[in-house]
Design a binder for this molecule. Structure first.
Ligand SMILES: [Zn+2]
Length: 449
């Protein structure tokens, strides 16, 4: 079957395309691109719409695969598709599936709403090596076991290694260096949620950078708004530029919100967090459970930490100007950091990409559509070494069709999964996966290795 998308405006920054071109899809690939309208079995009239490579979300938290039942528990992958994302990369912040090999194979066998790539989640390595206390230092034997596993997962097609240094205070420089060294053979990326944020962010960034420098690996600073969004962004970005000038391969990602989300029991909320973010308890909103929607008081903070540490919270603590600076920086790509897993939480999982296109591009004119699409397609694809994010002849037909005059995120902290508007259609590997908000095909996505 041949599908043609005629009369749309094609924006494909990876190929430098910004023109009214028509496109044909056949057998999962881009079959033809032409200035003349094309013929096909199915014709889509894309007048007034933008035709873009499907968006790539390089930082999200994948839905779980339940091996016993042989199936995925799908929630976030559907939200990704509804945002116009066609490829999502999980395993971030060092957290993720216990066995990426099994996960990626299952994705190929069963199929998912979007294509899925994985980073090797460091925490999974640690647990499998028998280091179950996050404050504990791993022994050399345990580190060797982790390296063996990491190599195995990289060989199976994982795109890099991710660390959640913040969540595992026991990680030493030796552990970071040794585990990262397994990525050298593949020139794979190392990504991290840094050890600390706010006034401690530069020291933490330097800790990761040192590994990248010594091992000559690409370094990705994860969700920088939530790391340096408290008045440190300018300093961080200048420092990152300096690393680039010195010849190192660095970049970052960011989601377009001034609030982050994490569990009340994590180290993020250890003593001193109010001083670090220069806020009061009321800046933190409870996102689930009986206190959902309420702001913290000192009393509620202690109560939840003691009795329900796995309660998800929303911390309204970042500076708008810092988030803006990060999003606009040429080496920062858009990524959601979305996390659902059946829970209500932060709107970023359902709003990130439409929010950048609606808020930053159309309403506030902070960047062009072309720049924004680059940060969602070609730039992340190149960064993570995947053959995605462009629409030349022969490329995978992962395509997002949207209305640039209407696109807007609708997800809020109250209704965190509300569908965006303005996404007209999404094709995953040439199959129509979403049309006018309805999921047409939920199994077209495969592993990306
Ligand atoms: Zn993180």
């Amino acid at each position: 079957m041949r599908t043609v998308i005629n009369h749309g405006f094609l924006i494909d920054p990876g190929n430098g395309v910004h023109a009214k071109w028509n496109i044909a899809i056949e057998k999962g690939k881009v079959a033809e691109i032409s200035t003349d309208p094309l013929d096909g079995d199915v014709e889509i009239d894309a007048s007034g719409l933008v035709v873009s490579p499907g968006f790539i979300d390089v930082h999200m938290h994948e839905d779980p695969f339940v091996a016993d039942e042989g199936k995925f528990q799908i929630s976030i992958f559907e939200s990704e598709l509804q945002m116009g994302v066609t490829t999502a990369i999980g395993g971030n912040c060092g957290i993720g599936t216990m066995d990426p090999k099994v996960y990626l194979d299952a994705a190929d066998q069963i199929g998912l709403p979007v294509n899925v790539g994985l980073l090797v989640p460091h925490e999974s390595l640690r647990l499998q090596a028998g280091v179950d206390n996050r404050y504990e230092t791993a022994s050399m034997i345990q580190i060797e076991k982790m390296k063996y596993l990491a190599t195995d997962y990289l060989m199976a097609g994982c795109l890099g290694i991710s660390f959640g240094i913040r969540y595992i205070p026991g990680i030493t420089e030796l552990e970071l260096m040794e585990i990262s060294s397994t990525a050298q053979k593949y020139s794979a990326i190392i990504a991290a949620h840094l050890r600390n944020d706010a006034d401690h962010v530069m020291k933490s960034a330097e800790e990761l950078m040192k590994i990248g420098r010594e091992l000559d690996l690409p370094v990705q600073f994860s969700h920088m708004n939530s790391m340096a969004g408290f008045g440190q962004m300018e300093m961080f970005l200048q420092w990152m530029d300096q690393q680039t000038r010195e010849g190192f391969d660095v970049a970052a990602d960011c989601y377009p919100y001034e609030a982050f989300s994490t569990f009340i029991g994590t180290a993020t909320y250890d003593d001193g967090f109010l001083e670090r973010y220069q806020v009061g308890y009321e800046a933190i909103e409870v996102a689930e459970g009986p206190y959902r929607g309420e702001r913290l008081t000192e009393e509620l903070y202690h109560f939840l930490r003691d009795t329900a540490p796995k309660t998800l919270t929303i911390a309204h603590v970042m500076k708008g100007e810092d988030v803006e600076k990060a999003i606009l920086h040429p080496e920062v790509m858009i990524a959601s950091d979305g996390l659902i897993n059946g829970r209500q939480g932060h709107p970023r999982a359902a709003g990130t990409f439409p929010r950048v296109l609606g808020e930053y591009v159309r309403k506030r004119r902070l960047m062009t559509l072309y720049q924004a699409i680059n940060k969602m397609t070609a730039m992340p694809a190149r960064r993570f070494g995947i053959k995605k994010g462009t629409l030349e002849k022969g490329a995978d037909a992962d395509i997002t069709l949207f209305n640039p005059d209407a696109i807007e995120d609708k997800a809020t902290f109250k209704d965190s999964l509300a569908l965006p508007v303005g996404i007209k259609g999404v094709w995953v590997k040439g199959q129509l996966a979403l049309w006018d908000g309805s999921i047409m095909q939920a199994h077209g996505g495969k592993s990306v290795r």
